[in-house]
Design a protein around this ligand. Sequence first.
Ligand code: ADE
Length: 296
Amino acid sequence: MTPPPKRSASDFVFGKVIGEGSFSTVYLAKDIHTSKEFAIKVLEKRHIIREKKMEYVSREKKVLQILSPCASHFVRLYCTFQDPERLYFVLTYAKNGELLPHLNKNGSFTIECTKYYTAELVLALEVLNSKGIIHRDLKPENILFDENWHILITDFGSAKILSSNEDRNEDENNKRRKNSFVGTAQYVSPELLKDTEAVFASDLWALGCIIYQMVSGLPPFRAGSEYLIFQKILKLEYEFPEGFDQTAKDLVEKLLVLSPSKRLGATDSQPYTSIRQHEFFSDIDWDNIGPPPRII
Ligand code: ADE
């Protein structure tokens, strides 16, 4: 069988910018042959080399290649190509954009909505866990909505791949190893701030922060600077506003635990059985979570 012909930038009409990171710009683009829309992430080679981010770029490509066969819950990587100046990642276009502006527009989500999207996030984290991938920068900006309002997790530039069971055990045992990576301040786990290695439960910490934010509208750890946010995280200094749903509060309290191994789900293999069994999800059918509720 002949492989599909290599694509290039001239196979697409590039439209508006739909996302911007420190090392990339994401464009909405249309395949000129099929009229299908894609999100194309463009990275400047010079910039990547200058900032020594080559490893992050190849990691992101590798993670997307691992995840692309299990298309649901993650943006899919259709192909990559390059020209002398730039690298291109052709990705799923998530028509309904990032979760964050929808949350900000609504103030907060209903409990029904929070529950549904938390359940989708748990299913997605189970897939990551099964593939040995830790996202390490999960946040409302990296959670997109497709045309049917299902979540698509994106931005695997900070991810870590635990390649084999041996590596996994080594990583688990090697928690004192220097780790220079820190994700986004509000969602970063205490173990990452303490220079220890990320574990799957680092994504469960971020999940706790995101549930808190969907219910209340704001992330739990807030302050005037990154440094002050980090201080609050390390002291587990946060409060629930009045009226915060009781079962959601109990779930958040069981995820926002300083010791990663004591977080709900941390000692489960996949699925995250103890999270699935939490009272917050009592009316969720995990084999078929059904269609998403409307985000009002
Ligand atoms: N912003 C960043 N990446 C995106 C994508 N794949 N689809 C829609 N908006 C995005």
